[in-house]
Design a protein around this ligand. Structure first.
Ligand SMILES: O=c1[nH]c(=O)c2nc[nH]c2[nH]1
Ligand SMILES: [Zn+2]
Length: 482
């Protein structure tokens, strides 16, 4: 989609994690970047230090504005926007509400009642929560929640999100409308679930035919909003194998092939779920094989969790070039297990990070970076203290940006400061403590002597949305003051 933003020079410190692998580290550069009116990086220069030098080097005049960062204070930097490869927009009101549940009872107790309330006026949520200070018209409610979740994720630096919506066509289309309005790149998935053995009567598609017709309606809506798919991209979304009839899985696979669509689903999150899949799909050799037998495993497929995949399943996922959304906060909160991320990466599987709101308790991808680090240390501990399993901060940031871009089909378009890449960027500001020990309202306190690597470490471990000063997507300012 053509966007009309003024051609602009950005000047200051640029930090990114463009390289894969445990040893790669951060790329930290001072200089300037020229961004086109289309929101694409035209040129980078790592020698200039002033607006005048930048204009001279880029050959532009006064008509091109220069946005300067930090003015030598050294407490702010440009960082690529985060990619959330797995988030359930309608579950946002439930963040932090999961009690002691595990996946299958969590779905029944917390998730299906909330999701159904975005389209079904008889949702059990309306009776279980009788004092209701929120809209009770389902579509109004959906718009309220969706506007908030998009605004909050933008404010946390998420420039692209792969969203699960609900089964409802109108509400799902409203999510697409709002993402376009608020400027976030979004993959929009209407959830398919039509298996009577596992889905409650108040929240399921009536049949494969209804599931397909409703999915098509949402795909068409997204394509009407953005024929290029650069901003708003439809994604077919069978919730997970146990919630779908086999006929629906195979019909979705056919549609994905015909229409070149992306697919997202969950896989191998908990051991009881795997057991259920074994019982429900006796003709398939494994959970991954269920999707493969249906024709759903391909390079445009995002698989959330992948915590308990066997070696054979990982080989199949790798062979099909399917991607994995690693959701560490969710896996820890729901007691699902520890995803062996290093093993997936070593075996050649592309991995990005997901918040998995509201199995995950935070919509911040920065929190996902922290949690990926912590989970990896537990994996290392259980491997006899083998540190090769550690996912360090730079690698976590790589997965949150470049890795995520691969997962959502935007490889090479975002995640680094390179010519030709999109200006999908967050401006990070860190707090400064003065000589009297007084500081700003910032989650991160800088005392003035920290190296850049140390500043970034403090940001990752302590930062929050107070440190996201501004966010641009495709060159358009979508969060913060101009
Ligand atoms: O983390 C998860 N969130 C969900 O909503 C869901 N549905 C099936 N499996 C799931 N896992
Ligand atoms: Zn999920």
């Amino acid at each position: 989609m053509a966007s009309s933003v003024p051609r602009t020079v950005y000047l200051g410190t640029f930090i990114s994690a463009p390289h894969a692998g445990p040893e790669a580290g951060l790329e930290i550069r001072d200089g300037a970047v020229l961004v086109s009116a289309g929101g694409v990086i035209e040129k980078c220069d790592w020698s200039v230090r002033s607006a005048e030098e930048a204009r001279a080097v880029f050959g532009v005049g006064e008509e091109v504005g220069v946005r300067t960062l930090g003015e030598g204070e050294g407490n702010g930097f440009w960082f690529p926007g985060f990619v959330d490869t797995h988030i359930h927009a309608p579950q946002y009101p439930n963040t932090g509400i999961f009690g002691q549940s595990t996946l299958l009872d969590w779905l029944e107790t917390y998730t299906f009642p909330l999701e159904s309330s975005l389209g079904n006026p008889n949702s059990p949520l309306y009776t279980s929560h009788p004092t209701h200070n929120a809209p009770t018209d389902p579509l109004t409610r959906a718009k309220q929640i969706y506007r908030r979740v998009i605004s909050r994720t933008l404010a946390s630096g998420t420039t692209t999100a792969a969203y699960y919506a609900t089964i409802h066509v109108e509400a799902t289309n409203a999510l697409a409308d709002l993402a376009l309005e608020l400027g976030q790149r979004a993959l929009i998935g209407r959830v398919c679930m039509d298996e009577a053995r596992t889905c409650p009567e108040y929240y399921r598609d009536e049949s494969t035919e209804v599931s397909m017709a409703n999915s098509r309606a949402c795909v068409e809506h997204c394509r009407t909003l953005d024929p290029s798919g650069e901003r708003i991209k439809p994604i077919l979304t069978p919730r997970f194998a146990p919630s779908c009839q086999l006929s629906t899985l195979t019909a979705l696979a056919r549609l994905a092939k015909q229409e070149h669509l992306m697919v997202q689903t969950h896989i191998s999150e908990t051991t009881s779920e795997i057991e259920m899949v074994r019982r429900m799909f006796p003709d398939s050799d494994s959970y991954a094989a269920v999707y493969d037998d249906a024709g759903l495993l391909g390079e445009k497929t995002i698989l959330a969790h992948a915590v308990h995949l066997s070696k054979e399943e990982r080989a199949l996922v790798r062979e099909r070039k399917a991607k994995v959304a690693h959701c560490p906060a969710s896996n820890s909160a729901l007691g699902s297990g520890y995803c062996p991320v290093r093993t997936l990466l070593e075996e050649g599987i592309d991995v990005g990070l997901g918040t998995d709101v509201s199995g995950g308790f935070s919509l911040s991808v920065l929190e996902a970076v922290r949690q990926a680090y912590l989970v990896s240390r537990t994996v290392a501990y259980h491997a006899g203290g083998n540190t090769k399993y550690n996912i360090g901060l730079a690698e976590g940031l790589h997965l949150a940006t470049v890795g995520g871009a691969k997962v959502v089909g935007m490889e090479g378009r975002m995640g680094a400061f390179r010519e030709g890449m999109l200006w999908d960027v967050q401006e990070v500001g860190l707090g400064r403590v003065d000589g009297n020990g007084k500081g700003e309202s910032s989650a991160v306190d800088l005392f003035g002597w920290e190296f850049w690597e140390e500043k970034v470490a403090k940001w990752v471990w302590n930062g929050d949305d107070r440190n996201v000063k501004r966010v641009w997507i495709g060159g358009r300012l979508v969060h913060g003051q101009d």
